[in-house]
Design a protein around this ligand. Structure first.
Ligand SMILES: [Zn+2]
Length: 241
């Protein structure tokens, strides 16, 4: 049985939302989820230190990801190396909140060079906004074929068809299911196959148990569900089953 792994969780405090590692683990326990990737809220002057604290408290449950803002280009590169040294496995970016095109390699290229060098994964906000629409993911994932890219929110609503079309063509581009309605999740799995879909919740902005249980109603085979809800991401991160 592959252990479940949630790709998308925010920790810390911001206007309107907050979550500690201990609160998240309680939500995971209530839903029956084994492990979760965690990164800070990315608004304002966020810090990845909150992740160090939470992972030290729950080392067997929480997988550390960092967030970076490439407008602080050298600081972001330095952060990738410093946190990779501490065992961080992935990097969260949010082109819409931070105001840049995901495919602007003049800005983000040096950060992606560091991410590639350290063997990390990228999860980017990927709803159907201008700055991170599916063609932006296509350009960047083609430029960096060694880096796995997760498109958070699968391009919903208006770019979901395009997200499927591009993820089908690009081996290192995956669709992530956080806050994606069941109709679209079902289409992603049936059109791409379960190997290209990765489950995430986007806690604390969700009903945690609902985000997990929706997957059982959508992904009917147990084998496919194990890939989507943990197996694929474990493979990409080099974590044991
Ligand atoms: Zn999020």
């Amino acid at each position: 049985m592959t252990r479940t792994l949630d790709a998308h969780n925010h920790l810390g405090v911001r206007h309107g939302a907050d979550q500690t590692g201990t609160q998240l683990v309680a939500r995971m326990d209530a839903a029956g989820v084994d492990q979760a990737c965690v990164f800070p809220f990315v608004e304002g002057d966020f810090s990845n230190d909150v992740i160090d604290v939470a992972v030290a408290e729950h080392p067997d449950r929480l997988i550390p990801f960092m967030a970076v803002n490439p407008w602080h280009q050298q600081a972001a590169v330095d952060e990738v190396h410093a946190r990779a040294d501490k065992g961080y496995k992935g990097v969260k970016i949010h082109p819409t909140l931070h105001g840049y095109h995901l495919s602007d390699l003049g800005l983000i290229g040096p950060v992606l060079d560091a991410i590639r060098e350290r063997g990390l994964l990228v999860i980017s906000h990927g709803a159907s906004d201008l700055y991170n629409a599916p063609p932006e993911f296509a350009a960047v994932s083609r430029a960096y074929p060694e880096i796995p890219f997760l498109m958070a929110h699968s391009g919903t609503f208006w770019s979901h068809d395009q997200a499927i079309e591009l993820a089908a063509q690009i081996p290192n581009l995956y669709l992530e299911t956080a806050r994606v309605p069941v109709f679209e999740v079902a289409r992603s799995v049936s059109e791409l196959g379960p190997e290209k879909v990765v489950w995430g919740t986007d806690s604390p902005f969700v009903d945690y148990t609902f985000e997990y249980e929706k997957m059982s109603s959508v992904v009917d085979s147990e084998e496919a569900r194990q890939l989507v809800c943990g197996g694929n991401l474990r493979r990409l991160l080099g974590l044991p089953e």
